[in-house]
Each structure stands twice: as C-alpha cells, then as structure tokens.
Write a protein that binds this ligand. Structure first.
Ligand code: CTP
Length: 415
C-alpha cells in the first residue's frame, strides 16, 4: 500500500463511550499500518469499555485519558494535541460528545482538545463517526447538534442501518473502520503530486459473448489495474476506472465505469479521453469477438463446434488517432502481455501504438502476472530507456509506474 496519504500525518483519534468503542482499535491499527501517527484520547466512559493499553499497544504511542489533563507532568496536553493534529477523528462519537462539541462544552480531555483544534475545515478536518441507539440518533436534539457541527465544517460519517446493542435494527451503527479508513485516506491524499490530474485506468479481462450463458475471456483479475487506480487516487488524481467484470472492490472515490466487452471498453475510453491527462491501459482486451453471437443457448451435441471470430478494434490505436489531433491524453501508457521475446515485442507495441511508456509483463511465469498478487515487469520508455523492476507486490509496481507517469506528465507540460 502506498504510504503517501498518511506519511508525516498526525491523527488524533478520540474514542467515546459507545459499545462500538472496540471497533476503534481496528481503525487505530489500520491507520498505524498505513504509516500514520495515531494519538488516541479515551473518555472516562470509553475506557470502561476498552483499555487505553489496547490503543497504546496498537499505535506504539501513549494513549491519553482525562488523568493527563490534570497531571503535573503533562503541560497543557489539549493544546499540544490539538496543534500537532492534521486530523481529529472521533469514532465512535456518542450523542453526548456531539452535544458537547456543538455547544462548546469542554469538560474532558477529548472535548477540550476538540475545542482547541477548531471546527474542522478542508485543511484540518474534524471527522465524526456517530454510534448510538436508533431513537437517540433520530432524536431532534441529536439531529440539531449534527446540523450545527456540519455547518461549521465537521464531516459526519454514518451511522449505518443495522443491528444495535439494544436488539433494535435501525440507523445507529458506527460505520465500519475499513470505510472510515478509506474516506480518511482519500481526504488526506488530495494534495499529492497528481493533484488536479484526470487519470483513466482500464482494468480486467473483457468478455465476448458466445450465447446467453457462455463467454470468451482471459485470466486477467484486474488486480494490477485496480492497484494503479488506487495509487493514482492516493497521489491526488481524479480517477476514472473503466473495468471489465472483476471481483475486486472499486477504490473509494474512483468513478467506476463497468463494461463487459472490448467494444464497450472502447466506447467508454473514447467518451472520456478528451479531458484526460493520462490513460493507462492495464486491461486485457479481447483481440477477437464472436461474429455470430447466438441469441439462444447453444445446445450440446457430439463432435466439433466452430465459432467464428472477428478482430476487435485496437483501443490504443484509436486513442493514438484522436491524440494526434487533440493532444489529449498528454500521457498514454500500455501494457504488453508476452509469453516470448518480451522486450522486442513490447518495443514493437510501444512504437506501433504511439505510447509514451509500455509495461512489459512476462506471462509465462507462475509467480507473476495473471491472477496472483505479485508482478515482475520491465518498463520501456520512448528513448530506449529500460527499467527492470524486481518481482514485487502489484501495489508496489503501481507506485513505480505512477512515479514514471508523474515524470512523463511533467515533460508533457514543458513540451
Ligand atoms: N489493447 C487495446 N485494444 C485491444 C487489445 C489490446 O487497446 N483490442 C491494449 C492493451 O490494453 C495493452 C496493449 O494494447 O495495453 C497491448 O495488449 P496485448 O494484449 O499485450 O497486445 P496486442 O496488441 O493485443 O497484441 P498481441 O495479442 O498480438 O500480443
């Protein structure tokens, strides 16, 4: 995972006395693993539900409680905590804590730190993930407090519908830590080196329809393309992910365009390239489609069955045509899946498809390429430059590829 959004970021995580407090441990762990510095503050009631020691162990840092507010050894801890925070998240946030924040009450370390920190803004967000019983959430007082907090710039995440500790099924469950984490990741990524750039990524293996049941496809899982989309998002880009059917979760905030056939993928790419700064064609596009798709299921019979195939358009060739006239996208990157003569074949594709960069992928290996989490690629650039990357995770490959793309975008701007 790219550490960029969390690098050098101080995150204050406030935990209040909802039964969802145990979920805050997962959130603290995720942010710490992603490279963020997490300082936790527990209210008195939350520390009855979960121990400060849990958070100290997960974050590798002191976990603060109200005792620190009155300790001689801690000099104005609320001011220090508020000043050094890049983000304050309160998860779970009880109705009581939101009432305090809305009205400026500051009678414990968390509420006084939040008061010193401010109301939240795009620069320094205040994120609140409420958790409480359904009736408490819909209570007019709670709703009015949420409105006040939102008007002042706080970001309210959730709560969600679901099973509550009282046995009720209603809106009141804290949003899952994974989802709070992805929202935070996105928020922190907006000033990266791809800020303001529009990047299109294609991913997965397209499917050509034989009959209502059967398709011809390939072994691409979409993992490399999805990892590239996530990396581009992590570095501030706006991402359009044009994806063939895939089991993977679409990265948060990517604009997803689901397609199935090569033809649909071509249409989606062509519709979007006019405003794109970069296109990365990581998809494994079918080179052939069925010329006479059967409307009915083809019945089993003995002997041979011949399917008539016809070539699909080469999407990158179409892009090259448009780009000649419009200059957009500024940077075009292709992949070359090869089982032999890797470099020579990739070089031919680089030239023929007028690419700025091609990522050559040896698909004969069992440990890299299709369906697995690792990849071994060689990057070829226009000026005969060749970068051999070792076998690494697809997310690490994505990071290296985006590094190259950033350089190419800089060059394209100068030219
Ligand atoms: N590609 C494309 N349109 C197609 C087929 C492929 O835009 N109809 C793109 C792929 O997304 C990839 C690059 O072209 O970025 C190379 O794809 P690859 O399958 O390696 O090569 P092909 O051009 O299809 O040639 P061959 O299958 O003969 O190796």
């Amino acid at each position: 995972m790219s550490l960029d959004p969390f690098k050098d970021k101080n995150i204050v995580l406030g935990i209040t006395g909802s039964i969802a407090a145990y979920k805050a441990a997962d959130l603290a762990s995720r942010i710490t693993q992603a490279g963020g510095t997490v300082t936790t503050i527990l209210t008195e009631s939350s520390s009855k539900l979960i121990s400060p020691l849990t958070f100290a162990a997960l974050t590798g840092r002191k976990s603060y409680t109200d005792a620190d507010l009155w300790s001689e050894s801690e000099h104005v801890p609320h001011i220090f905590l508020a000043r050094q925070a890049d983000v304050v998240i309160i998860a779970p946030a009880t109705a009581n804590m939101m009432a305090k924040l809305a009205h400026g009450l500051a009678d414990d370390l968390l509420s006084v730190t939040a008061l010193a920190y401010g109301n939240g803004s795009t620069q320094k967000p205040l994120i609140i993930a409420p958790a409480m019983d359904g009736g408490m959430f819909t209570n007019e007082a709670t709703q009015a407090n949420i409105q006040i907090l939102q008007q002042r710039g706080a970001i309210i995440i959730g709560p969600e519908e679901g099973y509550l500790a009282s046995g009720l099924k209603a809106r009141g469950r804290m949003t899952e830590p994974q989802d709070i984490f992805t929202r935070l990741r996105y928020m922190l990524s907006r000033n990266g080196d791809l800020k303001g750039k529009q990047v299109i990524v294609t991913a997965g293996g397209t499917r050509e329809v034989i009959d209502p049941v059967r398709v011809i496809s390939n072994r691409s899982s979409g993992k490399q393309g999805y990892a590239i989309a996530q990396e581009a998002l992590d570095r501030g880009a706006d991402v359009i992910l044009i994806t063939a059917p895939s089991q993977l979760d679409v990265p948060f905030a990517a604009t997803c365009v689901p397609v199935s056939t090569a033809d649909e993928m071509e249409q989606a790419v062509m519709q979007n390239i006019a405003k794109a700064d970069a296109l990365i064609m990581a998809a494994a596009v079918s080179d052939f489609t069925i010329s006479d798709t059967s409307k009915e299921k083809i019945k089993r019979k003995e002997g041979k069955l011949a399917l008539k195939l016809v070539a699909t358009d080469d999407i990158l060739m179409q892009v090259a045509q448009v780009r000649k006239k419009s200059g957009k996208p500024d940077v075009v990157i292709g992949f070359a899946a090869e089982s032999q003569d890797l470099i020579a074949n990739a070089q031919k594709k680089l030239a023929a498809k007028d690419l700025d960069m091609i990522v050559a992928n040896d698909i004969s290996s069992q440990t890299s390429g299709f369906e697995v989490d690792k990849n071994k690629v060689t990057v070829l650039l226009k000026n005969d430059q060749k970068i051999d990357l070792p076998l690494m995770g697809k997310d690490e490959v994505a990071e290296k590829l985006i590094d190259q793309m950033v350089e190419l975008l800089k060059k394209a701007k100068k030219a």
